[in-house]
Design a protein around this ligand. Structure first.
Ligand code: FES
Length: 124
């Protein structure tokens, strides 16, 4: 069973001027949303090191610096600077003055009983 991505209104674009960063969350997912010279980017909000919120970090150009131990991520594609790992990046758009972030469907946590029943029904 697949679910559609979630289109989440982050804030009015007037509240996210160039150089500003905010956080949006829905359904157990969260994104760090930043305005870089008029282009809005969104990547996963949780640092790969120890899960600090990147939305609380410092914006340097198109890079966000983690507030805890200064790991750096490209806002363009979520890649860890100097590393091979990467955070998810999410599409954004501005609709009627509102910043919209498209988050993937929330992960459904199922118990073993539900998984076995779904398998027995041929639903997986
Ligand atoms: S939690 Fe981000 S660098 Fe450590």
């Amino acid at each position: 069973m697949s679910q559609a991505p979630q289109r989440i209104v982050a804030c009015p674009i007037a509240d996210l001027p160039p150089g500003a960063v905010t956080r949006v969350e829905s359904g157990g997912r969260s994104a760090c949303v930043a305005n870089v010279d008029g282009t809005v980017y969104a990547i996963d909000d949780h640092c790969l090191h120890k899960q600090a919120s990147l939305a609380e970090g410092r914006l340097e150009g198109d890079t966000i610096v983690c507030p805890s131990h200064w790991w750096r991520y490209s806002l363009v594609d979520g890649s860890l600077c100097g590393g091979s790992a990467s955070l998810a990046s999410y599409p954004t758009e501005v609709i009627d003055g509102e910043v919209v972030v498209v988050l993937p469907p929330a992960v459904q946590v199922r118990g073993i009983r539900d998984m076995l029943l779904a398998h027995a029904r041929g639903e997986d």
